[in-house]
Design a protein around this ligand. Structure first.
Ligand code: V47
Length: 368
């Protein structure tokens, strides 16, 4: 596909034709979409793509997030959550504390535990394996989605094992899938500026490739609205699309809207509501092999997450219960959303609410 549009046609006209025909979009198409200010038009294209791939059912998950430690050696500049070992406000949960939080939420019928934390320089590898094994013994059983690709690579380095070995050991202990965090923006230019100590973009993709090969599904994310360019966002999406073509192992994609407060990038304004909706819509259009595009209401706000259901989104995460990463960076949302409220938001947007489990099996389908 060339960038040239036929006489009298804009590039966006050509993109719209491709979307209607169900054709794959190119890098240049992605740029035309992301640079367009015609949000409603891009949103309508994303809505068409969403209907075609995912229908009118909108998923939510009854889950609980647990952030077991905020101690992290990476000290990414976009992160307000991480603290140096021994620093003010540093915490690390004991395994009993992690279990206590999980048990609290089992009574509410959660089906998923979402666990991510800092890359703690001195916690032993066994802490993580024992955590997963102990959570796996809970009754009733709950799906454990834990540790970003970046954390997995860190465990491997610390334990002197390969990524594959670590993934297999954690899987054996009861790990069900990996969350999508730690991807940030794959561009090495950006990583050099904002998270130079973190795993590389290619390293992140390689951990996910290995996870998918050993039978662990995962999510994918992109942290946007800081120092990246529009082209770097599209390149990020294309790398994910390529890996998804290869493995089919991604369950969903979640664009994460940067929150600047209390970070080293506090001087930046952060994305606008327009940018949030456009990014969700463009993600839906570029990631034609991802069934699920997810809005994380903690970051977009509840109201925008609901509106995003008309901009390509078919999944809202989730009941959550406790969230520290975005709240350290100034999020003004609550930390929990009741199941009934998620159902109401989805219905009110004219969609069919479906409670799902982590692997997108239906737990309960509600009346429209
Ligand atoms: O990896 C860090 C991002 C991620 C900030 O897989 C920030 O279903 C915004 O990955 N402003 C953790 N974002 C959260 C995450 C996630 C959330 C919901 C669902 C899933 C899923 C994954 O949050 C980090 C980083 O990319 N992050 N700091 C910040 N200031």
């Amino acid at each position: 596909m060339t960038m040239e549009a036929a006489p009298g046609k804009t590039h966006l006209d050509a993109v719209e034709e491709k979307v209607r025909a169900g054709e794959r979009l190119s890098f240049e198409d992605g740029m035309a979409l992301l640079e367009s200010r015609d949000l409603l038009r891009v949103g309508a294209m994303a809505d068409l793509a969403r209907r075609r791939i995912a229908g009118d059912e909108v998923y939510f998950v009854n889950n609980r997030h647990i952030n077991h430690t905020n101690v992290c050696g990476n000290r990414c500049r976009f992160c307000a959550f991480s603290v140096e070992e021994g620093g003010e406000g540093a915490y690390t949960m004991t395994l009993d504390e992690v279990l206590e939080r999980a048990r609290e939420s089992l009574a509410d019928g959660i089906t998923e535990l979402h666990i991510v934390g800092g890359e703690h320089p001195s916690l032993p590898y066994d802490y993580y394996v024992e955590m997963i094994a102990a959570l796996h013994r809970l009754d009733p059983p709950v799906h454990i989605q834990a540790f970003t690709a970046s954390e997995i690579a860190f465990f491997a380095r610390r334990a002197g094992k390969s990524v594959r070995e670590v993934l297999l050991e954690l899987k054996q202990a009861g790990l069900g899938s990996l969350p999508g965090g730690g991807a940030e923006i794959f561009s090495e230019r950006v990583r050099g500026q904002v998270c130079s100590r973190k795993i590389s973009g290619d390293g992140w993709l390689e951990v996910m490739r290995t996870a998918h090969q050993v039978g662990l599904k995962s999510n994918a994310t992109m942290l946007y609205g800081h120092v990246e360019t529009p082209a770097e966002r599209i390149e990020h999406l294309l790398k994910l699309r390529e890996l998804q073509d290869e493995t089919g192992g991604f369950g969903s994609f979640i664009p994460l809207s940067f929150h600047p407060a209390n970070t080293e990038l506090e001087h930046l304004p952060g994305p606008t509501g327009f940018d949030d909706l456009l990014m969700l819509a463009v993600s839906r259009l570029m990631l034609d092999n991802f069934r699920n595009i997810k809005a994380f209401w903690i970051m977009t706000g509840v109201k925008l997450a609901q509106v995003s259901l008309h901009f390509g989104v078919n999944d809202i995460d989730g009941t959550v219960v406790e969230e520290k990463i975005t709240h350290s960076a100034g999020a003004t949302t609550g930390e929990a959303l009741a199941k009934e409220e998620l159902v109401r938001l989805i219905r009110d947007a004219g969609r069919v609410p479906v409670e799902r489990d982590t692997l997108y099996n239906v737990v309960r389908r509600y009346q429209a």
